[in-house]
Ligand binder design. Structure first.
Ligand SMILES: C[S@@+](CC[C@H](N)C(=O)[O-])C[C@H]1O[C@@H](n2cnc3c(N)ncnc32)[C@H](O)[C@@H]1O
Length: 223
């Protein structure tokens, strides 16, 4: 039986529903853009913090799966979470791999991913964080922290500057993200800045913050 469309099935914050509809509408053009970006170039600021041994990764907001495929080619097993159906289907088609599992799920709840009761060594949130309202960041990080093995790493990239009007973004306080994460046992081990790889984004004044965090156990114990 086909998986129900999560956009219609769950009660989403209005902002999230609008953002995901924008991705759904523009999926064809976006897939070509995502596939044209080299993950090795994109992750340069944090690449040395990606484990070299084969590990379990969850890529949240995986788009068309180009990063998931890059990690799978390195031998990692990847749970690619993507709520927008055309992006998810493109990922399955363009990057077939028995090391990649696709899941229709959504931040901040990650209810389906958490129901799998798996623990991960690495979490990627590439270009997703600015789509979540500030007041949803704590819930998102708390749910992510429940899915982590000891010493797991979380890598987050945050877009600064204007977003496309059809896929709204929110201003992110990186300092607040770092502070919330620390309360959940996620300690920031790198904060780097990078310019955008896409010329059209550079022209629009977009830049990126990269955060890498390491999990030392949730001090609240609410796993
Ligand atoms: C800018 S794209 C980045 C895609 C990919 N991570 C990359 O770096 O190429 C943002 C992605 O996040 C997804 N997304 C947006 N809001 C989300 C949410 N609340 N939960 C999960 N994914 C979300 C979108 O559907 C889209 O695939």
């Amino acid at each position: 039986m086909p998986e129900a469309d999560i956009l219609h099935e769950m009660e989403l914050p209005e902002s999230t529903a609008a953002i995901l509809s924008g991705y759904q509408r523009d999926a064809v053009a976006l897939i070509a853009r995502y596939e044209a970006v080299s993950p090795a170039d994109k992750y340069r600021a944090v690449a040395d913090l990606i484990p070299r041994w084969q590990c379990n990764v969850v890529d949240i907001g995986a788009g068309s799966g180009v990063d998931a495929a890059w990690l799978a080619a390195k031998g990692h097993r990847v749970l690619a979470i993507e709520p927008v159906e055309p992006l998810r289907r493109a990922g399955e088609r363009l990057h077939p791999s028995d090391r990649i599992e696709w899941l229709n799920d959504i931040l901040p709840s990650l209810a389906r991913a958490r129901a799998k009761a798996r623990q991960f060594d690495l979490v990627l949130l590439s270009a997703v964080w600015q789509h979540l309202r500030d007041d949803l960041h704590e819930e998102a990080l708390s749910n992510i922290s429940r899915m982590l093995k000891p010493s797991a790493r979380v890598i987050i990239s945050v877009r600064n500057g204007p977003g496309d009007p059809s896929r709204p973004t929110f201003a992110v306080s990186v300092e607040r993200t770092i502070a919330i994460a620390a309360l959940l046992g996620l300690h920031t081990i790198r904060h780097a800045r990078a310019e955008s790889l896409q010329q059209r984004n550079r022209d629009a004044g977009v830049s990126w913050d990269w955060l890498a965090m390491e999990f030392t156990g949730n001090p609240r114990g609410d796993r």
